[in-house]
Ligand binder design. Structure first.
Ligand SMILES: C[S@@+](CC[C@H](N)C(=O)[O-])C[C@H]1O[C@@H](n2cnc3c(N)ncnc32)[C@H](O)[C@@H]1O
Length: 210
């Protein structure tokens, strides 16, 4: 790696243009403790939604709606975001930001509850894209469901897969870091998937289902 690499990554992070309404949602997410995606990660999510033509998206971890706004912007105008969160307070905030951004109510299906209770109720292969951004220790169980939900050619995206620079450091061996590190390797080795780790934000792992 050249000595300019960290500067290049920082440049790429700052390169993303974050519209004012998404910036407001991000700030509200930070205020509520629902850590939002960074602008660069959000722009990558929008790009993935647009390139897959995602009409049906599931999100685990609504937060205050920041990632949802990015996804909605990449989806076609009749696309529907199904978003799941245990926190009613976070979902109230998200509903308001979707509304303020001018998204029709029928474009979002906001489901309250634990993801591991809700996900099994969703239909097999009915979704174009699934974003996983809930409780980190539950990621392996979310992924099992996400792989069932996504259609062939669809995409499963996991946020925080660099976990605050801990995953890349082999000396860090706490349970959450080890879980995320092992999960990424398992998905990389799955022949049914094409997996890429994008070093944007806190790390987006993108798995395309063959
Ligand atoms: C990192 S925040 C999501 C941020 C959001 N994706 C964004 O970028 O704006 C994680 C969210 O997951 C929710 N959460 C935590 N445990 C959960 C669970 N078991 N099921 C569903 N949601 C959960 C939290 O309430 C929180 O809003």
């Amino acid at each position: 790696m050249t000595s300019f690499k960290p500067a290049s990554w920082a440049y790429a992070e700052d390169f993303a243009y974050e519209p004012a309404h998404i910036e407001a949602a991000r700030q509200q997410g930070e205020h509520l403790g629902a850590t939002p995606v960074s602008p660069a990660a959000g722009a990558a999510l929008r790009m993935l939604a647009a390139t897959t033509g995602a009409r049906t998206v599931v999100e685990v971890g609504t937060g205050a709606g920041c990632s949802g706004l990015w996804l909605l912007e990449g989806m076609p105008s009749d696309g529907v975001l199904t978003t799941i969160d245990v926190s009613l307070e976070h979902q109230r905030a998200a509903r308001a930001v979707y509304q303020r951004a001018g998204h029709a109510p029928q474009r979002t299906r906001i489901i309250s509850g634990s993801a591991l209770t809700v996900l099994p109720r969703l239909a097999d292969r009915a979704y174009d894209l699934v974003l996983v951004d809930g409780e980190k220790d539950e990621y392996p169980a979310y992924v099992e469901q996400a792989l069932r939900l996504v259609r062939p050619g669809g995409v499963v995206v996991l946020d925080n897969m660099l976990w605050h620079d801990r995953v890349a450091d082999p000396a860090v061996r706490d349970e959450t870091t080890m879980t995320l590190r092992a999960l990424a390797k398992t998905l990389r080795e799955d022949d049914d998937l094409m997996t890429t780790l994008l070093p944007v934000g806190d790390g987006l792992l993108v798995c395309v289902r063959r």
